[in-house]
Design a protein around this ligand. Structure first.
Ligand code: SF4
Ligand code: SF4
Length: 302
């Protein structure tokens, strides 16, 4: 089984990356499962997403702690999250950077794929959503799925102009990704470096050569409608479950107050239970419960 972990920031499409890759694998007759893990559920917060691909059914739905491949959608995450945590020896790393890629190599890494995904996304999509760009880099590094399968998954997921732009972004990343081996040697040259954007006016401060891309300086990717979370059963991607010990509960309601998804529901007897359609397993209720009445358990493999 191949395990891929994506790291992004809320709004960059890390979850969509995992889903598109899984969809492409399924289209090729493989088995796959993709799901995210959210911490603070807000735009710009670090987000992880997981994809497992195998030739036999994938029943495991826990987070990936020891991935074969890590894909990092946002360069600022290197300072915020231990993105290579648990990466297998001789594992693979795919990164979005404008910097010299050699500095990201480390002992134990087999290959590194680097692409300036933010620039590609800004220039083609006019927004810093780097998910399809990084997918192009990923399959350039290792042909987990065929390019055509991934393009088909993109075209199924999106429509019209958006689909076409994402396919363009994916293809350009495939062409511009550089792959380094563990001794720092470049093992794959650019397929055909394109300069079609040279001379074009670039977007905002991101065009300044001496700046890294700051999330706060980039344009927003989309607008979230208030209240729309009720339409989404966010519990679908949960991998940990809060368990309440009624005998320790003092009915203070703090779990209800702190739950970001209104998943704690007070019953007529005053005690609280968890609405599993919406609980995403963030663990905030367990952290805030003053009596330790809540603990988190990993959900069982299906
Ligand atoms: S019930 Fe607890 S674990 Fe579930 S979403 Fe709410 S705070 Fe998070
Ligand atoms: S926070 Fe803990 S003690 Fe308070 S109502 Fe929730 S489960 Fe009970």
């Amino acid at each position: 089984m191949l395990e891929i972990r994506f790291h992004g920031r809320g709004g960059q499409g890390a979850v969509t990356s995992a889903e598109l890759l899984a969809q492409a694998a399924i289209e090729e007759g493989k088995y796959a499962r993709a799901f995210p893990s959210f911490g603070p559920e807000r735009r710009g917060a670090p987000v992880s997403a997981f994809c497992r691909i195998d030739d036999k059914p994938v029943t495991l739905r826990t987070s990936i702690d020891s991935p074969d491949v890590v894909v990092v959608l946002d360069p600022s995450l290197f300072n915020a999250v231990d993105v290579t945590r648990g990466l297998k020896k001789d594992g693979f790393l795919v990164i979005n950077t404008k910097k010299e890629s050699k500095q990201f190599m480390f002992e134990g890494l087999k290959q590194l794929a680097a692409v300036n995904a933010t620039q590609i996304a800004q220039e083609i999509l006019n927004r810093p959503i780097t998910n399809t760009v990084l997918l192009g880099a990923l399959i350039r590094l290792m042909p987990i799925v065929k390019v055509d399968s991934l393009i088909s998954a993109v075209q199924t997921r999106f429509s019209g102009k958006i689909a076409n732009l994402n396919v363009q972004a994916l293809e350009r990343a495939y062409q511009e990704t550089q792959v380094l081996s563990n001794n720092g040697e470049q093992t794959l040259e650019l397929v055909s470096p394109k300069n079609e954007f040279a001379g074009k006016e670039k977007v905002g401060k991101a065009a300044k050569e001496d700046l890294d891309y700051l999330w706060t300086e980039l344009s927003p990717g989309c607008v979230v409608q208030p209240g729309s979370s009720r339409d989404n059963h966010t519990g679908d991607w949960r991998s940990c479950l809060p368990v309440i010990q009624k005998e320790r509960c003092i009915q203070c309601g703090l779990c209800w107050a702190f739950c970001p998804d209104a998943a704690q529901v007070q019953k007529p007897d005053g005690y609280f239970s968890v609405d599993l359609d919406y609980c995403k397993g963030c663990g905030i209720c367990a952290m805030e419960c003053p009596t330790g009445a809540i603990h988190m358990e990993k959900e069982l493999e299906l």
